[in-house]
Write a protein that binds this ligand. Structure first.
Ligand SMILES: [Zn+2]
Length: 121
């Protein structure tokens, strides 16, 4: 089994089977953010609580990424001729926010459940 390593500390909680995204909820206006940040981009409030975001949502929109992502933040070493297009979409978490996600099977409106790479099998 491959060892799973987060792309950045502080983005996930739980184990591979119970993975959750860690976001923030503004105490003043209830706006959600991901990833967590200490200030609210909606009301400029400075009290943002860390929260585990929902695990189920609906595919809001998607597209095919037809070229390698730009660096930074992407740090891969894929050459243009080796690149394989992949689907990417936004999943709307009810009463929270939309998050970017890998999109391989969906169509708009499809129900999505977040999990680790292992639970797809
Ligand atoms: Zn706010």
């Amino acid at each position: 089994m491959r060892k799973q390593v987060p792309v950045q500390d502080g983005l996930f909680s739980g184990s591979a089977e119970t993975v959750r995204l860690i976001g923030g909820r503004c105490i003043d206006c209830q706006n959600h953010v991901f990833p967590y940040q200490s200030g609210c981009p909606k009301c400029s409030g400075t009290e943002v609580a860390k929260v585990e975001l929902g695990t189920e949502g609906e595919l809001w929109t998607w597209t095919i990424q037809g070229y390698p992502p730009k660096a930074p933040p992407y740090v891969g070493d894929v050459e243009e001729h080796d690149f394989e297009p992949f689907g990417v979409g936004y999943v709307e978490l009810p009463d929270e926010l939309r998050v970017e996600a890998d999109q391989r099977l969906g169509r708009r409106g499809r129900d999505i459940r977040f999990c680790s790479e292992r639970c797809r099998q």
